[in-house]
Every structure is written in structure tokens, then in C-alpha cells.
Ligand binder design. Structure first.
Ligand SMILES: *[C@@H]1O[C@H](CO)[C@@H](O)[C@H](O)[C@H]1NC(C)=O
Ligand SMILES: *[C@@H]1O[C@H](CO)[C@@H](O)[C@H](O)[C@H]1NC(C)=O
Ligand SMILES: *[C@@H]1O[C@H](CO)[C@@H](O)[C@H](O)[C@H]1NC(C)=O
Ligand SMILES: *[C@@H]1O[C@H](CO)[C@@H](O)[C@H](O)[C@H]1NC(C)=O
Ligand SMILES: *[C@@H]1O[C@H](CO)[C@@H](O)[C@H](O)[C@H]1NC(C)=O
Ligand SMILES: *[C@@H]1O[C@H](CO)[C@@H](O)[C@H](O)[C@H]1NC(C)=O
Ligand SMILES: *[C@@H]1O[C@H](CO)[C@@H](O)[C@H](O)[C@H]1NC(C)=O
Length: 622
């Protein structure tokens, strides 16, 4: 199915969708997309943990000193650094691939503006781009080629191409983040300057890579290069110039993508977060070209990762690497489930679901990973919403504590700037983007989160009120009136779901793992109540059925050991599990001979916890 992607620019009324051709929209239609995101401005979060996470990230976004963030760019392009203090961590002047986090800030400021029309976010984005443009304009004086823009010298790319670049240095990775940020500022803020900077940088990438033979380029692609194929394909979608698609296709890493196109799992030993963006790139290239090989790569990569490399909390990787298929039990360490990989897997999940919106599996995974891992990645006690890099799954693990550089620790205002701090800025400014979707005649409800959707095209507002997952019921309050099909995800984890309309059983099929569909003329005051009964579930390690995490409905639980140390995996008596509060998610069970409190993994902050348990008995029927 070919439709015009409804990516309307923000400053135009959403009603312009009816006249999409005249809006400053994407020039290219996407192939194979059957469900569409709403504009970020159409959905707002209601009170709750998600909104609180967003608020903390917004506070940091408006606090951070722009001159400090510009330091490595100005310094590299020989402009005054205005006496700013240099950053530490991954943005320190001596750090090899400094300059990546700035792209994440651009995206996060743009998303803040897109959603809230917050002028301080807009001003930061626009000012930052203007300052970057001054850096880019100074290239001649320095002997850099036209369009180059970075916090490190262009000679890093000479070294990359000649195979002499220092180990662990990843220049195209940084360029991708910057390009993605610039594209978002153009798309979401409407800053044409940002497209000018991006196009010049894109032209630099074109000139640089055009000179290389296929084999030379494949050699370059052995070094982590982020989502270069993704962002260049998006430029093609945005501008319609096939030049960008051709440059994107130079970033197809054949050694990784070819086995995936035929469903082979050759991920063992690969750096995980290097690979996921290549798959997102393939998904985007499918939408740009209709070439099914790309779709097969994206589809197979997702299935292999989710089935054979994923922990109970939705994340993958140990010490940043994929291990053998199904190898979970031997890798429950402090450095599991790198946060960036999950951010990227969620992007890939969206791509696949939009091509196949009948299938609930994708949003079951989305919910699992976002709720358990990424919401919990942020420290709720920190007003700047700092985050962890990994998500420890070792017995006695604890957020914010870890032996490696940055690894187990919370991020800081100016001395971390790791990849996972950057992706968390993005995650926590777009939490509203995956709750609702639509096509011409349907509204999809994929996530159960307090929020308000203004579906202007249908003159309908839907307010979702819920304390889910504390409560198993969510309510959709309709105002305005219109005919459409409501499609509600009935997760695989529930059974016996019930939907009522205005208190009366709607008598629709609510089988778990399907979308329940209700078509009717909706009118103001209609209330749809969706109840998704939760029970205890076991999430065993693929390679050891006796070793399992426990979930309650969608919520992965962990034992709260406070400051008590735990060094070996306790045995949990499954038959002893009880919920101990009706108004909060507190549970108790016997583990290792003592009574232990269990609570959501995302809420295990400032305590030592246990996620995976040895088990010898079965869950009692509750
Ligand atoms: C978020 O911040 C806004 C503005 O500061 C405030 O009105 C709102 O109550 C906050 N919401 C949450 C959930 O923290
Ligand atoms: C960098 O700027 C300084 C003045 O701020 C100038 O003296 C120097 O020549 C410049 N270096 C290059 C390589 O352009
Ligand atoms: C941005 O560029 C577009 C197309 O070139 C133009 O229509 C629009 O007016 C420009 N916007 C601004 C704010 O200059
Ligand atoms: C589809 O993409 C694959 C992977 O890049 C390529 O090998 C193949 O030639 C393409 N097929 C067509 C019809 O363009
Ligand atoms: C849904 O997608 C998943 C992942 O690709 C697949 O395993 C499953 O068979 C699909 N379900 C249906 C009903 O097509
Ligand atoms: C973790 O952060 C704290 C506070 O910023 C710092 O004192 C400590 O050295 C860090 N630990 C590691 C292992 O990096
Ligand atoms: C919907 O569910 C909420 C929460 O359980 C309840 O308070 C409300 O009375 C229900 N409304 C209808 C119309 O069923």
C-alpha cells in the first residue's frame, strides 16, 4: 500500500493533512506503511511516571550551557570558545569521538518544541544550529573540505579510510547523530538553516564516500557508523533528491546484512548497538524503495534479536556485545542490556509494526522494553533525569553503581555524555509518540498511558485516564463525534480482557494477541473501559528454564534487598508470591528462606535487587 506519509511540519495546522501536497512535508511517499503516527503536538501526556520522566529531561535540556556544548566544535573549527569550560566524559576535548551528544540535544530540543511549542527549546535549537553553521563556514581557513562539521579534525576520516584510526574511535557514528539532530530541527522546528547545514554536511559525506571503491567502503563500515543509512534515507524521503538515497546505500554493511536477509543468526560476538541502526537503515530503505530484501533484513534481525538475545526487561547484549543465540543465563552481569540498543530496537519495532499493524507482537515488545527498561533507566530522584548506561541483571544489581567507566553509574550534567545519555534525551522527549496511531478509518491504541489525543482530522479528542499498570483498567473518554474503528491492542500477557462502552459490555473479540476492533459513530461523552487482567508470569532464560524472571502482567518484578548484599541467585518459592497492596505494585514471596518484597524493576531505585531467580516449583493459579 502506498500512501503519503503524514509528516506535517509543526507550524502548519494539522488540518492541512487533507491538502498534504501543499504542506512542507516529505517529498517522497513511503512504501508499505499502513498505520501512521500522529504529530507530536497532537498527543500530550497526563500526570504519571512518563510525564514526570519527561519533565526531568526538559529541565536538563533547558539548563545545559550551550557554550559548553559548542566547545569542541568551535575549538575544532578554530573559533573562539568564549571562555566556556570544556565538558568531560565523552565530550572532553581529548575524547576521540567527542561531539556526538550535541546531535541528541538537537533532536530533544526539537521534540520539546514540536510537542509543547516551548520557545526556549526552539531558541536553543535554532541558536545552536546557527553557531554550528559558523563553524562549518570557517572550513577554508583550516583546510577542511567544504561542508565538514565536527568536534574532531577531518584527518580522522583519512585514518579511518587508511585503516590507521585508533581503536574505539568512531567518526561516522558521531556524524550520524549530528545529521539526525539537524534533520529533526528542520522537520520539527522549521529551521531552514538547519537543512542548509545538513545538506552541506551530506554533500561532504557524498564527496568523501563517492571516491571509495565498494571494497574500500565495506572496510570503512567495519567501524561503527551509527545510522548513516537511516539518516541519509530520511533526507531522501524529506527532499526527494535521489542523490541521498545513493549515498545511503553506500552505508549498507554487507557482511552483517546479507546473513540476516536469509534469516541467519550470526550476531554472536558483534558489538550490538553498532548493528541495530544498520537494520533501521534497511527498514527505511525498504520504505523508500519497496525492495523486499531490505524488509527481510529488518524483519529477520528483529525476530532473531527478540527471540534469541533478549532479557526479560526487553534489552539485549552483555558488555555491549551479542552472545550466542539463547545464551542468557551465563551473562547476567552488571553490564547487561545497554540502553541505546533498546532505544534503537524500539525504533525498529515501530518501522515493522507500521508495515504490519495487524500484529500485536511488536507493541507487546515495545511495552515490555519501554516500561521495564527505559522508563526505569532514569533516576526519579534527580531533577535533571540522569540515567544509567547499562541495566544490571546480576543478583544484587543496583542502578547507579558499577565498576566500569560510566558503565554502572548515573550520568552527570557535564562529565558523562555517553551514547545512552544521548538516546535517553530523545526517549524522554517523545514518550507520547507511540501511544496512538491511525489510518484513514481507524484509531490504534497501542499503549496504556494517561494522555490526551487531539485527532483534529476526525474532530475527536480522546482522553485516556489510567493508573495502569497499577490498575488493570484504562478508560478512553471521547469528545467530539465521528465514525471510526477503535483498535485496541490486547496484549499476549492478558487473558479474559473485557471492553465496555458506557458501562455496557461491548461484546467484541478480545483474544490476547489481537487488536479488538469496535466500529461505530462515537459521540461526546462515550467512555470505553478496557480491562486487561494481570496474572503472574514466568519469563525463563532461554537456556535454563529453572532460571526465570517474574512478571505481573507487563511489569517485570524484582526482589528489593535494600542495602543487603546478594551474590548468588536466590531460589524463589513461586507458590508463595502474593500481591500485598491493591493501590500499588507491591508483592511478597519467600526467597532463599526469607520473606522478600517484590516491586516493579523500573521502581527499583537506590536498592540492591534480584531480577532472575532460581525456581523449583510452579506459579500457583491466582
Ligand atoms: C511537569 O511540569 C509542569 C510545568 O513545570 C507541571 O505543571 C506539571 O505538573 C509537571 N507534571 C509532572 C507529572 O511532573
Ligand atoms: C586560528 O585562529 C587564530 C586566531 O583566532 C589564528 O591566529 C590562526 O591562524 C587560526 N588557525 C588557522 C589554522 O586558521
Ligand atoms: C523555508 O524554506 C521553504 C522552502 O524553501 C520556504 O517555503 C519557507 O518560507 C522557508 N521558511 C522560513 C522560515 O524561511
Ligand atoms: C534489493 O536490495 C538488495 C540489497 O541491497 C540488492 O542486493 C538487490 O539488488 C536489490 N534488488 C533490486 C531489485 O533492486
Ligand atoms: C507477528 O510478528 C511476529 C514477529 O515477526 C511473528 O513471529 C508472528 O508470527 C506474527 N504473528 C502473526 C499472527 O502474523
Ligand atoms: C560514580 O559517580 C560518583 C558520583 O558522581 C563518583 O564519585 C564515583 O567515582 C563514580 N563511580 C565510578 C565507578 O565511576
Ligand atoms: C471505567 O473504569 C473506571 C476505573 O475502573 C471506573 O471508575 C469507571 O466507573 C468505569 N466507567 C464506566 C462507564 O464503565
Amino acid at each position: 500500500m502506498v500512501r503519503v506519509l503524514c509528516a506535517l511540519t509543526i507550524w502548519l495546522a494539522v488540518a492541512l493533512r487533507l491538502a498534504a501536497a501543499q504542506a512542507a512535508t516529505t517529498a517522497k511517499s513511503d512504501t508499505g506503511v499502513a498505520a501512521y503516527a500522529f504529530d507530536l503536538s497532537q498527543v500530550t501526556l497526563g500526570e504519571g511516571r512518563w510525564h514526570e520522566n519527561q519533565n526531568r529531561t526538559l529541565t536538563y535540556l533547558k539548563f545545559v550551557d550551550i557554550d559548553r556544548l559548542l566547545y569542541v566544535y568551535r575549538s575544532n573549527h578554530n573559533l573562539s570558545t568564549k571562555n566556556a569550560t570544556p565538558n568531560g566524559g565523552w565530550d572532553a576535548p581529548s575524547f576521540p569521538f567527542r561531539g556526538h551528544v550535541q546531535g541528541h540535544f538537537l533532536t530533544a530540543w526539537a521534540q520539546c518544541y514540536a510537542q509543547l511549542r516551548d520557545d526556549s527549546c526552539k531558541d536553543r535549537a535554532v541558536t545552536f544550529v546557527a553557531e554550528l553553521q559558523k563553524c562549518q563556514s570557517n572550513n577554508k581557513a583550516l583546510g577542511f573540505n567544504d561542508g565538514y562539521l565536527s568536534g574532531f579534525p577531518e584527518s580522522d576520516f583519512d585514518e579511518l579510510e587508511s585503516g590507521t584510526l585508533g581503536n574505539g574511535n568512531v567518526p561516522y557514528y558521531v556524524l550520524h547523530k549530528l545529521m539526525a539532530g539537524l534533520l529533526d530541527v528542520y522537520k520539527l522546528v522549521g529551521d531552514n538553516n538547519s537543512m542548509a547545514v545538513l545538506s552541506a554536511l551530506g554533500a561532504w559525506v557524498d564527496a568523501r564516500t563517492e571516491k571509495l571503491s565498494f571494497n574500500q567502503m565495506q572496510k570503512v563500515l567495519e567501524t561503527e557508523f551509527g545510522g548513516m543509512s537511516e539518516v541519509l534515507t530520511d533526507m531522501y524521503g524529506q527532499l526527494g533528491d535521489s542523490r541521498w538515497l545513493a549515498v545511503a546505500q553506500r552505508f549498507e554493511h554487507v557482511a552483517v546484512l546479507r546473513p540476516l536477509s536469509t534469516g541467519q543468526d550470526q550476531l554472536n560476538g558483534l558489538h550490538a548497538n553498532t548493528q541495530v541502526p544498520k537494520w533501521i537503515g534497511a527498514a527505511r530503505e525498504y520504505k523508500a524503495t519497496g525492495n523486499q530484501t531490505y524488509q527481510a533484513i529488518a524483519h529477520n534481525a528483529w525476530g532473531i534479536t527478540v527471540r534469541a538475545h533478549t532479557y526479560a526487561i526487553g534489552g539485549n547484549s552483555q558488555a555491549e556485545h551479542f552472545r550466542q543465540p539463547d545464551a542468557i543465563s551465563g551473562y547476567l552481569t552488571y553490564d547487561t542490556a545497554e540502553s541505546c540498543n533498546s532505544y534503537n530496537m524500539l525504533k525498529l519495532t515501530l518501522e515493522l509494526w507500521q508495515a504490519n499493524p495487524e500484529n500485536t507482537t511488536y507493541f507487546d515488545y515495545y511495552e515490555q522494553t519501554l516500561m521495564n527498561q527505559l522508563i526505569g533507566q532514569q533516576n526519579p530522584a534527580d531533577s535533571h533525569g540522569h540515567v544509567t548506561y547499562f541495566n544490571s541483571l546480576n543478583p544484587g544489581g543496583r542502578r547507579g553503581v558499577g565498576p566500569a567507566w560510566g558503565g554502572g553509574n548515573w550520568s552527570t550534567d557535564y562529565d558523562s555524555f555517553w551514547c545512552c545519555q544521548g538516546t535517553a534525551l530523545e526517549t524522554n522527549t517523545k514518550l507520547m509518540d507511540s501511544i496512538y496511531f491511525h489510518d484513514e478509518t481507524s484509531l490504534y491504541v497501542n499503549l496504556f498511558v494517561p494522555s490526551v489525543l487531539k485527532w483534529a482530522e476526525k474532530h475527536v479528542t480522546v482522553e485516556q485516564t489510567t493508573t495502569f499498570p497499577v490498575s488493570d483498567t484504562t478508560s478512553l473518554h471521547i469528545s467530539g463525534s465521528g465514525t471510526f474503528t477503535l483498535r485496541v491492542r490486547i496484549p499476549a500477557w492478558t487473558s479474559g480482557a473485557v471492553i465496555t462502552i458506557n458501562g455496557v459490555n461491548a461484546r467484541v473479540r478480545t483474544s490476547s494477541g489481537t487488536y479488538a476492533s469496535i466500529s461505530r459513530l462515537w459521540t461526546s461523552g462515550d467512555v470505553v473501559n478496557i480491562t486487561l487482567p494481570m496474572t503472574f508470569r514466568l519469563l525463563p532464560a532461554n537456556d535454563n528454564k529453572m532460571l526465570a524472571a517474574v512478571a505481573y502482567g507487563p511489569v517485570v518484578l524484582c526482589g528489593d534487598y535494600r542495602s543487603g548484599s546478594v551474590s548468588t541467585t536466590p531460589t524463589l518459592l513461586l507458590s508463595s508470591l502474593r500481591r500485598t497492596s491493591a493501590s500499588a505494585l507491591f508483592f511478597s514471596a519467600l526467597a532463599g528462606g526469607q520473606t522478600v518484597t517484590l516491586r516493579p524493576y523500573y521502581d527499583a531505585q537506590g536498592v540492591n535487587y534480584v531480577v532472575y531467580w532460581m525456581t523449583t516449583d510452579s506459579l500457583s493459579k491466582s
